[in-house]
Design a protein around this ligand. Structure first.
Ligand code: ARG
Length: 284
């Protein structure tokens, strides 16, 4: 298998310049130097875990460009560019488009009628694309993607404004294994997840608020913000190597480890990236 590749964007122009989710408050500014330090630590951890980091050039006036998880959905050599709900982030699209084009991806665009915020709301676990909708992405947008890629899409309604993107409350670790925060889903969504993910690890509210589910997975390494000891203990018992790193400058914008990354070779849990048969072998 190819080496893991991750897209990140340095936080040179990061800040809380508008409020588009309940975590953001312009009076609670991010400390730029601390943010650069925390971002650099995350990058170092991921490099040590075996990932090759590729960089998107930061742009003045685009403070949320650091959250590369939202730039696109990756499927094989295709990048389905995000369409953002909020005008503040719509300005990121040409920057993302130029990067993916230059990097050699086949670009796919959605019809204008739909918002779909990239991998922030669409995560493969096995062969299925788990898709969070309502606040930032439209379910019909995900349906269209499912038709185009010919993959099964499982729509999950997000009901708590603090967990406005799927990657804030759900994280596939490998085919058949995922972390989730039950409170972000209604009962129907919770039972759907239980049905489709054989090993589903619940995270408590206190750790969900520390962005426990917003984890970056590289092979057996799982990187989260600090303050998620219970989840880390569970992960260890399952044979993972959990690593905590401070990311509180980014939680001020409603993002953490996973939001700051986009897996360019396909997420660890994406069934399509394994040779046929291998993905089922990996189910715990
Ligand atoms: N401030 C950003 C927003 O509200 C944070 C995005 C976090 N990204 C993510 N993939 N959850 O859009």
């Amino acid at each position: 298998m190819n080496e893991p590749r991750i897209l990140m964007c340095p936080p040179d122009f990061y800040g809380i310049e508008y409020e588009i989710n309940p975590w953001m408050d312009r009076r609670r500014q991010a400390d730029r130097l601390k943010a650069i330090d925390q971002w650099t630590q995350l990058k170092t951890i991921l490099t040590e875990a075996g990932a090759k980091i590729e960089l998107l050039t930061p742009q003045a006036g685009l403070p949320d460009l650091v959250f590369t998880a939202n730039s696109a959905i990756i499927y094989k050599d295709e990048a389905i560019l995000a369409r953002f709900r909020h005008p503040e982030r719509q300005k990121e699209v040409p920057v993302n488009q130029a990067w993916f084009q230059k990097a050699g991806f086949v670009l796919k665009e959605l019809p204008e009628a739909f918002a779909v915020e990239g991998a922030g709301d669409a995560l493969f676990c096995g062969e299925t694309l788990f898709a969070g909708y309502r606040m930032r992405s439209d379910a019909l947008g995900h349906q269209q993607i499912g038709r185009d890629l010919m993959v099964q899409v499982l729509p999950l309604e997000l009901i708590d404004p603090y967990y406005y993107h799927l990657d804030t409350c759900f994280c596939p670790l490998q085919p058949g294994v995922a972390i989730y925060y039950p409170g972000a889903f209604d009962e129907y969504g919770q039972s759907t997840l239980k049905h489709w993910v054989p090993t589903l690890i619940p995270v408590e509210k206190e750790e969900a608020e520390r962005f426990a589910c917003n984890a970056v997975v590289v092979d057996k390494t799982v990187v989260t913000n600090e303050g998620c000891p219970k989840l880390h203990q569970q992960l260890q018992q399952l044979g993972y190597n959990p690593i905590a790193t401070p990311l509180d400058e980014f939680t001020k914008a409603g993002g953490s480890a996973k939001c700051l990354t986009l897996r360019l070779d396909g997420e660890e849990a994406a069934g399509w990236k394994y040779a046929s048969g291998e993905s089922t072998k990996r189910i715990a």
